[in-house]
Structures are given as structure tokens and as C-alpha cells.
Design a binder for this molecule. Structure first.
Ligand code: ZN
Ligand code: ZN
Length: 360
């Protein structure tokens, strides 16, 4: 935590801020360790305050020893007061998270404050998110645990998938095992998309019955100590048709090539292109309509972005997904998704679930 605070303080200088007001829950947790649902961090070069209400004061003291806990009451006057005490003039706020109404209330509190040096609120975005993109050893351990719980759940449930079972039943079996093995909650609603439903990348498990010959896309995330895994496998029940063979081979080739060829120093776009070119050459370019991957961590979608639009440079310590897919309306889809970490310039694949097309 101390190191994270140091990195945030370095970022204050880069952004020409005297202090930053952190309100995004995941950012608050990342910087301070505080998991409560309400509160603000106010961090300057020489001070770090966690402002929260009565419900969380004790918890904040326990979880965030590096912070001075300030109990807030109904008024927002604490902000100008604390900023003034810190000598902070330019105070950044997270403009993508703070609502217009909250911002207006803070501005009013600053206007009404008496006997203080009034701070100026400066909109910033992505400051803490950028720090979060590079995982430290503690985070990597938690992510690895989340990912492996998913692997274990898949290994236990996949062999039980047979014609007659519904998507919802598969999702429930997965959820049960994930929870039994230590998941604290689902990273997102489990996607189980059988047959033609697989053409919708984010189809939610419903009462659709699995039939012989169906390809089933399963996308599932476990949360462990706040960190979310994200894995997709596509399994076949019964005999493959000609389309499945071609589509599965293409997606798998694109996925393996991307994992093999990714290097630290590449941009997200360069990595995306490796997989996209393979899929386009096979004639399915139009059928891969989403980006190749995204960072995972305290959120299931975070930095870095691995897309055709991303100039972000991939660096050692980043953990992200590699998940090409092909979706054919009326037929179905195939997606294969692993979680990888960049180490020594290359990807180490953390997900251990096999990529055979059969579930068993
Ligand atoms: Zn996924
Ligand atoms: Zn994903």
C-alpha cells in the first residue's frame, strides 16, 4: 500500500496537482485498502486522509493504517477544510466517476467555506487507473487465485454438460462450484450460450435446452479478495459440423498466435491486429466485432485496452485477456479467452483450462 501511495504522489506531480480526491470505489480500495462502500481519499504530497461516515470509521482505521481517518457529517465542508490544512490549491477529482450533482455540492461547500484557503477542483481521469494497470505481487497472487478457482469449476462442471440440460442449469452448477471453492461473488453474470445463442457475444444464460451438435460458449468470472478473473471456453456437445471445425480452428489459431507473439512494448492495437488478421484471412473478419482483450483486476474491464483503437503500450506486470471470437448469426459462435500476465517481455498464461473442443 505504501508503494501505491508513492506512485500516486508521483502522478500528482505529473498532473500538476497539489492533491487528488479519489471517489471511484476500486481506486479508493487500490490506494488505501479500504473496502467500504462510501468514502473519499484526499491525498497530497505530505498527507493522506480517508474521509468516511460513521458506519465505516472503525473499518477504515483497521484497513487503511497509512491514512488519517476523518469522520464526515452531513456537510461537505470537510473538503475545503482538509485541503486548506494540507495547503492544497489544485485538487483533482475523478471526473468520470463523480456525478454532476456531487460536484456541484462540493463547489457549493467550497464557496460557503469560511476561514480557509479555498481549493480549486480540477477534473482528471485515469490517474489511478493507469497505476492499477501494472499489478504488484500481491495483486498477481489474488488474480491467480481467482483465475484458478474458475479453472477448477470449469473442470468439474464441463464434463457434466449433455443434451437436455439448460443454459441456466449449467450456469448454476458453475456458480455453486465457484462459491464452494472460495469465490466471494461472480465477476459478472455467467454467459452460457448454446447453439445459435452463441452468435450473441453477451447472451445471458436462459432456459434454452442444449441439443446434440451444439457449440456452447461459456464465459465466467470469479472474484477473490476483490480481484476478478475472466475466462471463456467453447465446448461442443456431440458431433461437429463443418462450420464448427473451421470456426474453432480459426479462433484457436488466432488466440494461440496472439499469446505467442505478444511482447512488452507493443501497443494494444498491434496485439489486436495479430489475431484480427488471422480471422480476416480465414474470411471471418466481419464476424469478430469486439476487441481482442482488456485488463482485469479490481474491475473486470480495466486498463490496458487491447483493441484496434488502443495506442496504449503493453508493459511487464500488466494482466489482461486474449479473447478472439467469431459470431455467425443463425449458427452460433466460438470464443476462447485466457488471462495472461506480461513477464520478461512475454505472456505467461495463467488460465490452465484446456482448449480441446470437447468438454470432457
Ligand atoms: Zn469473458
Ligand atoms: Zn473478457
Amino acid at each position: 500500500m505504501r508503494e501505491r501511495l508513492n506512485r500516486l504522489r508521483a502522478a500528482l506531480q505529473e498532473n500538476e496537482l497539489d492533491a487528488i480526491l479519489v471517489s471511484t470505489p476500486e481506486n479508493r480500495r487500490y490506494v488505501s485498502g479500504f473496502t467500504g462502500s462510501a468514502g473519499y481519499l484526499l491525498v497530497s504530497e505530505g498527507d493522506a486522509v480517508l474521509a468516511t461516515d460513521f458506519r465505516y470509521v472503525e473499518q477504515a482505521g483497521q484497513q487503511s493504517p497509512g491514512f488519517r481517518v476523518h469522520e464526515v457529517r452531513a456537510s461537505l465542508g470537510w473538503l475545503p477544510q482538509l485541503a486548506s490544512e494540507m495547503g492544497a490549491k489544485r485538487v483533482g477529482f475523478e471526473s468520470t466517476e463523480m456525478t454532476y450533482a456531487t460536484n456541484a455540492a462540493f463547489l457549493k461547500a467550497i464557496e460557503d467555506a469560511e476561514g480557509v484557503n479555498k481549493p480549486e477542483l480540477v477534473p482528471v481521469s485515469g490517474v489511478v487507473e493507469k497505476l492499477r494497470a501494472i499489478k504488484d505481487a500481491d495483486e498477481l497472487a489474488l488474480l491467480t487465485r481467482a483465475i484458478h478457482i474458475g479453472d477448477e469449476a470449469f473442470a468439474q462442471v464441463a464434463p457434466t454438460i449433455e443434451p437436455g440440460i439448460t443454459e441456466k442449469e449449467i450456469a448454476w452448477e458453475l456458480e455453486k462450484v465457484m462459491r464452494e471453492r472460495g469465490t466471494e461473488k461472480l465477476g459478472y453474470d455467467i454467459i452460457v450460450a448454446a447453439g445459435p445463442n452463441g452468435a450473441l457475444p453477451h447472451h445471458r444464460a436462459d432456459d434454452t435446452v442444449v441439443r446434440d451438435g451444439d457449440a456452447i460458449v461459456i464465459d465466467m468470472g470469479c472474484v477473490y479478495e476483490g480481484y476478478t478473473s475472466d475466462m471463456t471456453r467453447t465446448v461442443l456437445v456431440g458431433e461437429a459440423d463443418e462450420t464448427f471445425r473451421r470456426v474453432y480452428d480459426t479462433v484457436l489459431r488466432a488466440q494461440l498466435e496472439a499469446e505467442d507473439l505478444v511482447r512488452s512494448g507493443m501497443t494494444g492495437k498491434e496485439l489486436d491486429t495479430i489475431a484480427r488478421d488471422i480471422i480476416a484471412e480465414a474470411g471471418y473478419g466481419e464476424a469478430f466485432g469486439h476487441s481482442l482483450g482488456h485488463g482485469i483486476g479490481l474491475e473486470v474491464h480495466e486498463e490496458p485496452r487491447v483493441s484496434a483503437m488502443s495506442d496504449q503500450v503493453l508493459e511487464d506486470g500488466m494482466v489482461f485477456t486474449i479473447e478472439p471470437g467469431i459470431y455467425l448469426s443463425g449458427w452460433g459462435g466460438v470464443r476462447i479467452e485466457d488471462n495472461v500476465v506480461l513477464e520478461n517481455g512475454r505472456a505467461r498464461i495463467i488460465t490452465t483450462t484446456h482448449k480441446r473442443e470437447r468438454a470432457v
